[in-house]
Write a protein that binds this ligand. Structure first.
Ligand code: C2O
Length: 547
């Protein structure tokens, strides 16, 4: 591989959407951020310089960061954030991964505008396990707030209420004509030639919503998930959670005349209630674009692709079942050394005295794993591990199963209050892990797309209702389960994953719905060094930011 250098100047930049202009945090003044392109086996050296009045850190979502945890990016987990006027060089290799990943800020809600695609091509002289597409196009879904998103999250945390909804969903930063005041240039347009295969590199960078995506009268072949190949399958509707990526092939029609088709994305939510944002972003697929006038009316008159209902849970369950690793080999651990059962879901916190709170029954919303709402430490855990500090964090192990089991999918327990703590799971090097994540239904039934840093896991099982440890494991797929870094834990259902702890470091795991992350649905795994020199975490770079 080669070494590729990038410079990310983090700057405020004025961006206008839906008749409002606001100053947002960007990479090099671009929104969405610039594309990183590399081949598998390459090294990336990315100098990030912070010119904005916020703390910054950047996560390279899905990159395994083998032994290079210092470059992973989540604030207070692997590094202290880069302060205003400071810089930090992220230096890592891309090993054994081809496909689409992405980068995003990993501190507070800065990622609402700081995100961009990472395109990983096969090694030189190797190819995709399918015909080379004619063109490759990143498609990033996002959310746009007219308000400042730091104000949105700060207000939610202070009042204990849910955050204000975004004002629009976006495709590559553009809301499309179904939103009030959207200008013609605020619509994403993809000009295609007839009879060709395009590869869409889909990325869900939205903060709080899982999405359905569809193009009128077109179908997709799904070939990859989270930068791992899957057995190809056909679909006309994509479902994608925040944090997930997927490469899909789109074969264009043999049209000789000009034509336009709408592409649309809209949320999936089992908790769809009165206040839920069910708006739709549209873009346009255009054949022979130059021969057509473009106006919002001409676009709005096109038929909208028929997306599944907002609460189409059976579609989502079937969808997740379709994914199988392409392999061979598929290195799913066949035996388990460390077994965990985590509940993931919402809960609440008491309202502090002399304050009025707007969460459930006048309390504050919270979220937890095994009822522990994770508090961020004030120094990065990885530094603490490396320098042998904060030993109490690494000696009080995280509970392997809930301390007070209840019927997870039934009515809530009497006490829904979370406890708080900064605890990690300590894993010996190269041991195998099975983790069952059980979604609870306290305070609204929402899916939780759980994301693990530093690893891909195999999704060996999933189901509705309470996990049954006696009968469910018999149905686990230990042959060709999909390998990914983010998986949706169904509301009132469960997912089982396996991975091998072969990457020493401290690795964040959290719900990729940003408000759930902010409420504490997060924890960390500390993977210890192996005995051999090449089984140890590398030493920190000298410019590692200080807290
Ligand atoms: Cu894409 Cu910890 O995040």
């Amino acid at each position: 591989g080669v070494t590729r250098h990038y410079k990310f100047n983090i700057r405020m930049h004025n961006v206008t959407r839906l008749c409002g202009t606001k100053s947002i945090v960007t990479v090099n003044g671009k929104f969405p951020g610039p594309r990183i392109i590399a081949r598998e086996g390459d090294r990336l050296v990315i100098k990030v310089v912070n010119h904005v009045p916020y703390n910054i850190s950047i996560h390279w979502h899905g990159i395994r960061q083998l032994r290079s945890g210092w470059a992973d990016g989540p604030a207070y987990i692997t590094q202290c954030p880069i302060q205003t006027g400071q810089s930090y060089v992220y230096n890592y290799s891309i090993i054994g991964q081809t496909g689409t990943l992405w980068y995003h800020a990993h501190v507070s809600w800065i990622r609402s505008t700081l995100y961009g695609p990472i395109v990983i091509l096969p090694r030189r002289n190797t190819s995709y396990p399918f015909l080379k597409p004619y063109k490759e196009v990143p498609i990033m879904f996002g959310e746009w707030w007219k308000a400042d998103t730091e104000a949105v999250i700060n207000q939610a945390l202070q009042t204990g209420a849910g955050p204000n909804n975004s004002d629009a969903y976006t495709i590559n930063g553009l809301p499309g004509p179904l939103y009030n005041c959207s200008q013609p240039k605020e619509t994403f347009r993809l000009n295609v030639k007839p009879g060709k295969t395009y590869m869409l590199r889909l990325i869900n960078a939205a903060l709080n919503d899982e999405l359905f995506f569809k193009i009128t009268n077109h179908t997709f072949t799904v070939v990859d998930a989270d930068a791992s190949y899957v057995k190809p399958f056909e679909t006309d509707t994509i479902y994608i959670t925040p944090g997930q990526t997927s490469n899909v092939l789109l074969k264009t029609k043999n049209l000789t005349s000009n034509a336009r088709f709408l592409m649309a994305a809209r949320p999936y939510s089992t908790a769809a209630s009165g206040t839920f944002d069910n708006t739709t972003v549209v873009g346009v697929l255009e054949y022979n674009r130059n021969t057509m006038q473009f106006s919002n009316t001409s676009i709005k008159n096109l038929p909208l692709p028929p997306l599944p209902a907002i609460n189409a849970t059976s579609y989502v369950a079937n969808w997740t079942n379709k994914f199988r690793s392409l392999g061979p080999p598929v290195n799913v651990p066949q035996t388990v050394q460390n077994r965990y059962f985590f509940t993931v879901g919402l809960g609440n916190d008491l309202c502090p005295k002399n304050q009025t709170c707007q969460g459930p029954n006048g309390t504050k919303f919270a979220a937890s794993v095994n009822n522990i709402s994770f508090s961020l430490p004030t120094t990065a855990l990885l530094q603490a591990r490396f320098f042998g500090k904060s030993n109490s964090i690494f000696s009080t192990n995280f509970p392997t199963s809930p301390l007070h089991p209840f019927n997870y999918t039934g009515p809530p327990p009497n006490n829904t209050f979370v406890s708080h703590g900064t605890k990690v799971v300590v894993l010996p090097y190269n041991t195998t892990v099975e983790l069952v994540m059980q979604g609870t239904t306290i305070f609204g039934a929402e899916n939780h797309p759980l994301h693990l840093h530093g690893f891909n896991f195999y999704v060996v099982g999933q189901g509705a209702g309470n996990f049954n440890s006696t009968t469910d494991p018999a149905n686990f797929n230990l042959v060709d389960p999909v390998e990914r870094n983010t998986v949706g834990v169904p509301s009132g259902g469960w997912v089982a994953v396996r991975f091998r702890a072969d990457n020493p470091g401290v690795w964040f795991m959290h719900c990729h719905i940003e408000i759930h992350l902010s409420w504490g649905l997060r924890m960390a795994w500390a993977v210890m060094d192996g005995k051999l020199p090449n089984q140890k975490l590398l030493p920190p770079p000298s410019d590692l930011p200080k807290c």
